[in-house]
Design a protein around this ligand. Structure first.
Ligand SMILES: Nc1ncnc2c1ncn2[C@@H]1O[C@H](COP(=O)(O)OP(=O)(O)O)[C@@H](O)[C@H]1O
Ligand SMILES: [Mg+2]
Length: 501
């Protein structure tokens, strides 16, 4: 069932229930009132008759009435019945007179009833069924001392007519309630339709988008209500989706391109390969080289893919000082540079030592690639603001400010490349993935005295979450004055650790 039908259905059910309850309550109250009114009316009549009898005089003679028939006839003549009401008198067991106004119901013609009523010795009332419905009656015995005949005065009220009147009113009420309900239903249907129209638009658009590959469509819902907010959220989601798709497509294009190049190279060499053993050996070396390159690209892509999944990091307590020194030790094999350890943080962090080493080695490899013999490459670590900073700086050409964000992208190589080399532009993307997996970040700045300084920033405690376990503390918990990364002295005058690779 549509939301519109549900809203209107529930509204009608609730309003209908409320109306029925109030109509039923009114009906019950009116009926109870009617009963009260009826017994009051009957006792009123008895009282009026009593007062009349006490002072009734014959209009002709002016004497007290001595005849019961004369008394009742006189009373009938002056007392007009209400609507749906009639009076009659019984004299000596027989119906005698009825009121002059045509009665709504005749009880005086029912001899058996008259005989029964005539037996009453005390005022009495009751109900009797007549041809025109239920009749409430009261019978009042009347005696005159000088007349031996028993007299009775009977008041009869046609109860059903009064009830019918109430029923009529209820019917009108019911019909107007139904009309009101129908009106409310129509109005509700209209309003719900107006309110839900944008929701339908959202669902239609979502459907069209999922049916096609067009992610550029957006919803246009003006206003600032809930539905507009929904549309805004939806549009925002589409923005992100579209962006993700574009990024993914570029990534696929780039990856395909990067892998196709070595394949083309390999194929070309193999096609041109002759029978000469020297030529073959040369081709084999080239092909192996290209295959190695492909392998590296595939490895890097796998690392990047893994970095987006849980379980990428294998966390242990890592001694930062030890890590720093061991990276320099490994790096020396990469080239003949002035290698140096700037500073080491005497701290332990929860981290993946292998991944951090991988990231630092990427940075070191880049530094080697952008420097020449006797250039300086320094590695360092420090605790700053409860975070560990790990850096690699060099005295090479540095990174132009305009490129500093861009070079961390996948397959992005800097514009100022001079040396021909085979990097695919994935190295810094991997460094960033590793830093971010640790809850940190990486940036590049100027190294003091020129060159590039790449700084990884790793939080010290965040990774352990909210557990009650004592968090691994920095051994050097008291931090010295905050220093700018790479900004402590620039190394001039400090002894180099080693000048040889
Ligand atoms: N130490 C550095 N000095 C100057 N430029 C650098 C340095 N390290 C990286 N870059 C720039 O960043 C780019 C991206 O580096 P990277 O992601 O490692 O890819 P690749 O090394 O394959 O080119 C490099 O092409 C280079 O232009
Ligand atoms: Mg690189």
């Amino acid at each position: 069932m549509s939301a519109r039908a549900r809203i209107v259905g529930w509204m009608l059910a609730v309003v209908g229930l409320a109306l029925s309850v109030s109509i039923f309550a009114t009906w019950t109250i009116l009926l109870a009132r009617l009963d009260d009114r009826m017994s009051l009316e009957l006792s009123n009549e008895a009282e009026k008759l009593r007062r009349y009898a006490a002072s009734a005089r014959d209009p002709a003679t002016g004497h007290m009435v001595t005849d019961v028939e004369e008394l009742l006839t006189g009373y009938l003549a002056i007392n007009a019945p209400d609507r749906w009401e009639t009076f009659f008198s019984i004299i000596d067991g027989k119906a005698d007179r009825i009121t002059a106004i045509p009665p709504p119901v005749r009880l005086d013609t029912d001899d058996a009833l008259v005989a029964r009523l005539a037996r009453a010795t005390r005022p009495d009332d009751g109900e009797v069924e007549s041809a025109r419905g239920t009749v409430h009656y009261a019978v009042i015995p009347v005696t005159v001392r000088s007349d031996p005949r028993p007299g009775h005065f009977v008041v009869a009220i046609l109860y059903d007519r009064h009830r019918d009147e109430i029923a009529d009113a209820m019917r009108v009420l019911g019909i107007s309630a139904l009309a009101a309900l129908a009106l409310a239903g129509a109005a509700g249907w209209f309003v719900a339709g107006r309110v839900l129209a944008p929701v339908r638009l959202v669902s239609q658009t979502a459907e069209q988008i999922s049916d096609s590959t067009d992610l550029t469509r957006r919803l246009d819902v003006p206003g600032d209500d809930d539905v507009a907010a929904l549309a805004a959220t939806f549009n925002h989601m589409l923005d992100r989706l579209e962006h993700a798709f574009v990024v993914q497509r570029h990534f696929m294009d780039d990856a395909g391109h990067e892998l196709r190049t070595p394949i083309t190279v390999i194929r070309g060499h193999l096609e041109l390969m002759g029978d000469d053993p020297r030529d073959r050996a040369e081709t084999l070396a080239l092909v192996t080289d290209e295959l190695d390159r492909m392998n590296r690209i595939v490895e890097d892509l796998l690392t990047l893919a893994k970095a987006e999944q849980p379980g990428f990091l294998d966390l242990h307590d890592v001694e930062v000082a030890d890590l720093t020194v061991s990276v320099v030790a490994k790096a020396r094999a990469l080239g003949n540079r002035r290698w140096r350890v700037d500073e080491v943080a005497e701290a332990r962090v929860p981290a993946d030592r292998q991944r951090l080493t991988q990231a630092l080695m990427q940075l070191v490899a880049n530094a080697v690639r952008h420097t020449t013999d006797d250039d300086l490459i320094a590695v360092g670590s420090a605790v700053r603001d409860n975070r560990i900073e790990l850096w690699v700086r060099d005295s090479g050409p540095g990174v132009a400010p305009a490129e500093r964000e861009r070079i961390f992208g996948r397959f992005v190589r800097g514009a100022g490349r001079t040396v021909m080399y085979e990097g695919a532009g994935l190295g810094l993307a991997i460094v960033r993935s590793i830093a971010e997996a640790h809850g940190g970040s990486v940036r590049v700045t100027d190294a003091p005295g020129g060159g590039a300084c790449f700084v990884m920033n790793i939080p010290m405690w965040d990774l352990w979450g909210a557990s009650d376990e004592p968090r691994p503390r920095a051994l050097t918990a008291e931090m010295g004055p905050v220093r700018v990364a790479c900004g402590h002295g620039g190394g001039a005058g400090e002894p180099d650790l080693d000048r040889r690779g």
